[in-house]
Design a protein around this ligand. Structure first.
Ligand code: FES
Ligand SMILES: [Fe+2]
Length: 396
């Protein structure tokens, strides 16, 4: 079954650029295919976990769950950010939940204590000739900081990523200088790829968002921007007569100011960069039909007053709810035998979806290290439970 899908994906990727088709429904609903993705493309890729200013001070932390791995993101005493395995070295209890501040992490089960760098500091009453505290450090996952976002990868040998084309596109906005105004998490009943595709195509803007987005970013003004190995982008342009939405960085051109630059860092980050507003969604796939969505909203300097920021948060909540409603209904129909591969609209509208599928197909051609997936879907980590709370507002 997987090999048939693998061939189908390559066939989709081989279609001519002016005749692209989407993936059939089973790519989005089949548990065995999700198990295959979890063991291959998702396990090998870099994933955005959040913003650096979610952990502004040493001791600040938040947790995440990426596939089967509980993660603990912490600002260490030396000011750098670590992504630790949130798994006690004694008998595997998670060490922290949600977000907060700690001088050390004390396990809630038998009180082993770890420093911010994951070193074991104390193991009460532990008498065991085989015990060596130096060998009981928390595992450290790779970390990369890019544009003020924190990324990690479950593959310890992953090469760092770089996107020169995307740097060129985003650097004028100074995304690393945006400050966090809002964080929220929710679980959507949709396949994670549907959310990537939905966020990255402008074809639906005026249809799904007539009240919220159409006046600023109508479908007709969507324009494809640069794509490369691991990313794609498009401009949701504003009509010329629209009032300014903030000046943003001083180096921005008028054209850059009058659009939202939507970009995806494959496979699980989608974001919208505007002059004064940066919204990013990190997707944590749970199973074929569910994804945990963590979204952050950041603002540029003092461009927006508190009332405007509150209005922008409310607007994005509404926009996300509109997309979520569509995607959750879509997910049901994708299970149909009649959810066939359909034609994609032109480059400016759905070319980004083709970019995503080309990238997925290229990932699928990479040789796999141990692939634990099986055609019957018997993969041990396909249904990942969410840990901790589901939403939190304005952590600062
Ligand atoms: S599991 Fe953490 S101290 Fe026992
Ligand atoms: Fe949308």
């Amino acid at each position: 079954m997987i090999s048939a899908k693998a061939q189908h994906l390559q066939a989709i990727a081989a279609l001519p650029a002016d005749g692209p088709f989407g993936l059939p429904g089973s790519f989005y609903t089949d548990p065995a295919y999700f198990a295959h993705e979890a063991a291959t493309v998702l396990r090998r890729a870099w994933h955005c976990l959040g913003r650096v200013d979610e952990v502004a001070e040493p001791g600040d932390f938040f947790t995440a769950q990426l596939l089967n791995e509980p993660l603990l993101v912490v600002r260490q005493a030396d000011g750098t950010i670590a992504v630790l395995a949130n798994v006690c070295r004694h008998r595997a209890m998670p060490l922290a939940e949600g977000h907060g501040h700690a001088d050390r992490f004390v396990c809630s089960y038998h009180a082993w204590a770890y420093g911010l760098d994951g070193q074991l500091l104390r193991a009460a009453r532990m008498k065991n000739t085989g015990f060596d505290a130096a060998n009981c450090k928390l595992h450290r996952h790779p970390v990369q900081i890019w544009k003020g976002f924190i990324y990690t990868c479950l593959d310890p040998d992953a090469a760092p990523f770089s996107f020169p084309g995307l740097d060129h596109l985003l650097d004028p906005y100074e995304p690393e200088n945006f400050r966090l105004a809002h964080v929220a998490e929710e679980i959507w009943d949709t396949n994670w790829k549907c959310l990537v595709e939905n966020f990255m195509e402008g074809y639906h803007l005026s249809v799904v968002h007539p009240e919220t987005l159409h006046s600023y970013t109508p479908t007709g003004l969507a324009r494809k921007l640069i794509a490369g190995d691991g990313f794609t982008s498009y401009a949701a342009k504003y009509p010329k007569d629209i009032p300014s939405r903030g000046m943003g960085a001083s180096g921005l051109t008028e054209d850059e100011r009058l659009r939202s630059t939507l970009f995806a860092v494959f496979p699980t980050q989608v974001a919208s960069q505007a002059a004064s507003l940066l919204v990013s969604l990190s997707l944590f796939p749970l199973n074929a039909g569910q994804v945990r969505v963590k979204w952050t909203l950041s603002v540029f300097g003092a461009d927006l007053d508190d009332a405007t920021i509150a209005a922008r948060i409310a607007l994005w909540e509404e926009v996300n709810a509109e997309d979520r409603d569509k995607l959750e209904r879509l997910q049901i129909a994708l299970a149909s035998d009649h959810a066939l591969s359909g034609p994609l609209a032109g480059d400016h509208f759905e070319g980004t979806i083709r970019d995503f599928h080309l990238w997925l197909a290229a990932q699928d051609r990479r040789p796999t290290a141990p692939d634990w997936s099986t055609d019957d879907g018997a993969y041990p980590h396909t249904d990942v439970q969410h840990q901790g709370h589901l939403s939190r507002a304005d952590p600062r």
